[in-house]
Design a protein. Structure first.
Length: 372
């Protein structure tokens, strides 16, 4: 074995075990240190420097432990390796206008499930899962053996439970279904392609997952078709794009009106998410409002005022929170997540490349906080 190959294997093994930096990141850091480049961003005197207490990459813990039993629909052709032929990327780019997911597939971030189930005139294939560790996306093909349904219906909607095995088998009544939207294939009139966002808590961590499709609906039909289509799989590790997550341990951002703390910043392929905690005086505020809904409305109004002055500055380019991504206050009245009367909110900025960025600044009004 060559020295180069042996070195590569050793580095790969170390990175897989510790899962902190990619080889590209290590090379970039080494080059910067060897070249003696200075930090030319500007003076740090006006910035509050947040040294992240802990940075981690979201990973997935198990290798697929057993082969899945595939039920082949009698009216469907055997599912092919869509990603290998480029069709999965084309599906995202051409049908769903989703260049991000298409790019992830082309980079190899996908897992082919290739399981089929049938119920009446419906045959549904769960083809693959792609996305990142915070936003996995499930891809389905739906075949309908009834022209009365497919005629004049360009869209289809699926509702499905997506849960871990224990939650599915013992706590199903405590969970809601996820929704997916699909479009009819341009050539096959009885075929629809569907993408459904899934829960990272179940899909992204290498645990056994159950997907149970319960409802199929079409855009011009009032009827909902009740079905029972089931799929079981495990996501092997590193099949989804990693999310860089920095933990700041509740660093105080502002205390002018209400104390606001930054807990996490998550850098994913689809968005950059900040997780804030507010210490509102919920007890005294409750006395001024007859209902909890009125209190939450007040808290949401205060948050929107605060968020209006929030932005991220990445290597000199400023990003404001996109419309509709400001987030909604969750008022933890009973202390389910920690202390009573705290509020949590998760605004989302556009996705940024954390590894390629030299400087990331969080701005709130005239205050600036260095995140990287």
């Amino acid at each position: 074995m060559s020295v180069k190959m042996k070195y590569k294997q050793q580095v790969d093994a170390f990175c897989n075990e510790n899962n902190t930096l990619t080889a590209e990141e290590m090379l970039r850091i080494a080059k910067e240190r060897m070249s003696g480049k200075e930090d030319s961003f500007g003076t740090d005197a006006e910035l509050i420097d947040f040294a992240a207490q802990r940075q981690k990459r979201r990973t997935f813990g198990k290798i697929l432990s057993a082969a899945c039993i595939v039920v082949v629909c009698s009216m469907a052709l055997a599912t092919t390796a869509l990603a290998a032929t480029g069709k999965l990327g084309d599906l995202f780019r051409k049908i769903f206008k989703d260049d991000t997911s298409a790019g992830l597939v082309e980079q190899g971030y996908y897992y082919e499930v290739n399981q089929s189930d049938t119920d009446g005139v419906f045959c549904v294939d769960l083809l693959a899962v792609t996305g990142d560790a915070d936003l996995p996306k499930l891809v389905f093909d739906v075949r309908v053996d009834d022209t009365n349904i497919t005629t004049n219906n360009e869209r289809v909607y699926l509702s499905a439970y997506i849960l871990g095995e224990d939650a599915y088998e013992n706590q199903l009544e405590n969970y809601a279904m996820f929704e997916g939207t699909g479009y009819r294939d341009s050539e096959a009139g009885n075929l629809y392609h569907v993408v459904m966002d899934g829960p990272s808590a179940w899909v992204s961590h290498g645990e056994p997952v159950v997907v149970n499709v319960r409802e199929i609906r079409f855009e011009h039909m009032a009827r909902w078709y009740e079905v029972n289509l089931e799929y079981r799989f495990e996501m092997p590790p590193m099949e989804l794009h990693p999310v860089v997550s920095e933990y700041f341990g509740g660093v105080l951002i502002s205390s002018e009106d209400d104390d606001c703390y930054l807990n996490y910043v998550n850098y994913g392929a689809y968005y950059t998410e900040c997780i804030f905690v507010f210490d509102y005086d919920g007890v005294s505020l409750e006395g001024k409002y007859g209902t909890e809904e009125g209190l939450i409305s007040l808290l949401q109004m205060r948050w929107l005022e605060f968020a209006a002055d929030l932005s991220l500055v990445v290597d000199g380019t400023e990003y404001e929170i996109p419309a509709g991504e400001t987030g909604y206050i969750w008022y933890d009245k009973d202390g389910e997540a920690g202390y009573k009367n705290r509020c949590y909110v998760r605004p989302r900025f556009d996705a940024i490349d954390y590894n390629a960025s030299r400087h990331i600044i969080l701005k709130q009004g005239d205050s600036e906080y260095r995140l990287k």
